[in-house]
Design a protein around this ligand. Sequence first.
Ligand code: PAN
Ligand code: ZN
Length: 192
Amino acid sequence: MIKIDEPYSLRLGSSTGISPYKVKVERRLSDLSGYFLDKMLVQEMLSMGENPVIYEVYELPQPPVSGMLNVGSTVIYPGKIGDEYYFTKGHFHEKESTSEVYIGLEGEGLILIQDRRGEITSLEIGPDVLVYIPPDTAHRSVNTGSRRLVFFAAYPSDAGHDYESIERTGFAKVVVERDGKPVVENNPSFHE
Ligand code: PAN
Ligand code: ZN
């Protein structure tokens, strides 16, 4: 068992991305119903009792104390709602000075990183790729492949998650399938 404040090692990979873990969060379509472009399709699916798991997060959290790090992994399943690939909600950190590092373990995808002015960068993630997320940027992960996308994350344990700010405006770009390939396009419902 891993104890707070003591050195530990853990294993990367396997079905949960990190093992052991302490907390598992599951996000289904119903948790993300306002997030996808095709809201009619989402309502139709949910009313038919279709509520797929979009992603899971496995975490080894520490107390929210400056200087400590949370580590975790995210597993995004392959799939689309209409043309739009499955993604995470996305968030800013409440403590704006905090940054984060993702390391790809399995599959392929894109990380959308957006600053407060709505300037957005998309970076590829996959096995052995490290993505640095600077302070005060919203970040969302998108699975553009046909298999699970799994990545490791480490961030300050006192960072906190602010989902509301980015939920209000949306991300400036969406990742959709065009002719069988992922394409990053302007989000028609983005508003500053
Ligand atoms: C990640 C994310 C994880 C799930 O651990 O929390 O990928 O995405 P949402 O939190 O946006 O649902 C992270 O960035 N932590 O700070
Ligand atoms: Zn984060």
